[in-house]
Design a protein around this ligand. Structure first.
Ligand SMILES: [Zn+2]
Length: 492
């Protein structure tokens, strides 16, 4: 008899400091697919759900897939949206032999600080203790006891930039199949420390995150654990359970799993100060770009890390762009300003025409600078849709909404209507910009840009333009986090 398996994707990284609520309309701008729309859009892609369809074929599962929903990181998920998604999954849960969900781990809703934990709690209550539940996660999840206690296995991605969603989904599918066959009885435990942040923000190139992932994979290979997941956490979340975690899944041996998790978190605690990246000021970054222009055959890539839409920042900070125009940078590209009104203004001016446009700075003038008025030449308008083939995308279609390319002096500026960080060269090439030929390329992103942009760069630098990320870091404003916690409190 074919196993009946419930799957679905529900992913949001919630920046509780953002003033923007995340409702169903925000998910529609990202991705919101139901039932038969999902295989039509995702079969054959190197994505979590793409892997799940392949696994279902291989294992002969009867697959139920009521919902796939992603929204760009932003503020609290509305109760309306959460209850809609949870309701679809819960309605499909009775009678299932197993559940394989693709989640994030840092979703905060209007009513629940731990959105994924609440979802898993309800699913567990619906199916009882004996039906295996496996969830894949982002390594930036703020993982909780509620999640670990209600899932049989938690499998976080092991790369940042995240390029192994597909592999982790396959890992989850294989483990679920073994659990449904009764070959293993996976159980998951968690360890944390009083840390707001750590593990170098999850960077996996080197440092403590790399060390722990390698150690975890060795334990999996040796059969000492079924899964070891290391999560760096997401720092822009004012919630009780913020911070790094390690979860360990064993074949029914909680004691052994806990010992592993604790020893891993000892290392995370000891290395909590470690950071591999130092950000430049706007003035320093622009001066460096100007000095590097002559003879440049590859771009200097400047990542504006504190206005990163991928962390729920507004994506409309103007300080860096203003300085680039003032310095009269040549052959430069800026990606992007998130500003639907400015895109419509560009549309009104028309392709091939010039006119005044006010860009960005519309959410919070204290987060990266206020509106910037320029006289711009409108180079191109697009619908913002294209198929992304970079390492993070796997051939999935993207949608940035009505988009424009402006030229102001020697700087080409991308405007988008759906906020998103720069992760794929297609975000520029679809607008007619060849980033490989630029002297300077600015991307709003903390780290994910590296998968696509590091290979084309002559050098990568990071810049703190004073955006929301900078405001959170410098001013804090945490009231819900558990105390004491490093680095807010002295801990011996
Ligand atoms: Zn992440």
């Amino acid at each position: 008899m074919a196993f009946r398996v419930l799957t679905g994707e529900l992913a949001h990284e919630t920046n509780t400091f953002s003033i923007l609520r995340t409702g169903l309309d925000a998910f529609r701008r990202g991705a919101l697919l139901t039932a038969n729309e999902i295989p039509a859009a995702r079969r054959g892609t190197k994505s979590s759900i793409g892997a799940t369809f392949e696994a279902a074929d291989e294992f002969g599962w009867s697959l139920t897939h009521p919902i796939l929903a992603h929204a760009n990181p932003s503020g609290l998920v509305t109760d309306e949206a959460f209850e809609y998604f949870a309701g679809l999954l819960l309605a499909a849960a009775p009678g299932m032999d197993g559940i394989l969900l693709h989640l994030h781990g840092a979703m905060v809703t209007e009513s629940h600080q731990d959105g994924e934990g609440e979802l898993l709690r309800r699913l567990r209550a619906a199916v009882g203790p004996n039906i295996p539940i496996v969830a894949t996660l982002d390594l930036h999840g703020n993982i909780t006891q509620l999640m670990a206690g209600n899932a049989n296995a938690l499998i976080a991605v092991r790369t940042y930039p995240h390029v192994d969603y597909y592999e982790r989904a396959w890992q989850g599918a294989r483990l679920l199949q073994r659990a449904m066959l009764g070959e293993v009885n996976p159980r998951t435990v968690i360890a944390k420390r009083p840390m707001l942040r750590g593990l170098d923000g999850g960077r996996t190139q080197s440092g403590p995150m790399r060390d722990l992932i390698d150690r975890g994979e060795a334990l999996e290979r040796d059969g000492k654990a079924l899964v070891v997941s290391v999560c760096a956490g997401f720092t822009a979340a004012d919630i009780h359970d913020i911070g790094p975690s390690v979860t360990v899944t064993t074949d029914g041996d909680d004691t052994a799993g806990q010992a592993i998790a604790e020893s891993f978190m000892d290392h995370a605690w000891q290395t909590r100060d470690y950071v591999s990246v130092q950000h430049r000021s706007v003035a320093d970054a622009v001066a460096y770009a100007k000095a590097g222009e002559p003879g440049a055959t590859q771009p200097l890539v400047i990542a504006e890390v504190t206005d990163n839409p991928g962390s729920g920042h507004y994506g409309d900070a103007t300080n860096l762009l203003r300085a680039m125009l003032a310095a009269d940078l040549q052959n430069a590209a800026f990606y992007p300003i998130f500003d639907p009104q400015a895109v419509r203004d560009a549309q009104a001016i028309g392709v091939g025409q010039s006119g005044p446009i006010t860009l960005g700075g519309k959410h919070d003038i204290h987060a990266g600078g206020g509106p910037l008025t320029v006289t711009a030449h409108v180079v191109a308008l697009t619908d913002g849709r294209f198929q992304a083939f970079g390492a993070m995308a796997g051939g999935v279609w993207r949608n940035y909404g009505l988009s424009a390319l402006l030229r102001v002096g020697g700087v080409e500026i991308a405007l988008i209507s759906n906020n998103a960080q720069a992760t794929d060269l297609g975000q520029l090439t679809s607008l007619g910009v060849d980033p490989t030929r630029k002297a300077t390329v600015v991307v709003k992103s903390a780290h994910h840009f590296r998968a696509a942009f590091q290979p084309i760069a002559r050098e990568v630098i990071t810049c703190d333009g004073g955006g929301l990320g900078s405001v959170i870091l410098k001013q804090g404003g945490f009231v819900n986090v558990r105390r004491p916690i490093w680095p807010l409190d002295p801990i011996a």
